[in-house]
Write a protein that binds this ligand. Structure first.
Ligand SMILES: [Zn+2]
Ligand SMILES: [Zn+2]
Length: 116
């Protein structure tokens, strides 16, 4: 493994799942991009699989409620005007719009119905 290539600032790791990966920027503006401004401060890295300089991957961000570092995986967090980790979403579910509630409920039932 060669994690020293480029300029990794450190290692991002999700506090909910075991995902971890070196990241090369944190903030709303990925380096080497012209017009991209992200909706949230997040951890990201240049896409190692793309030759284009402007391609990058978002690894994760901080929950706006509990400040946990969480990955963008749909099992760990969701973005609704801000980043929320799923435990916080569940805790405050009644404060989210129906659309978000439904999405979460659907997710739960999808996981349960994979018995075949
Ligand atoms: Zn995660
Ligand atoms: Zn949270």
């Amino acid at each position: 493994m060669d994690l020293t290539e480029g300029s990794a600032l450190g290692v991002f790791s999700c506090q909910l799942c075991e995902v971890s990966s070196p990241y090369s920027f944190y903030g709303q503006k990925p380096p080497n991009t012209r017009a991209i401004v992200l909706l949230e401060e997040c951890f990201g890295i240049k896409d190692p699989f793309s030759p284009e300089r402007e391609k990058f991957l978002i690894l994760g961000s901080k929950c706006s409620l509990c400040s946990k570092t969480v990955c963008v995986g749909t099992d760990c967090s969701l973005f609704y005007t801000k980043r929320f980790c799923l435990p916080c979403v569940r805790e405050h579910l009644d404060q989210f719009p129906e659309q978000v509630q439904n999405e979460l409920l659907r997710k739960k039932s999808v996981q349960k119905s994979t018995s075949s």
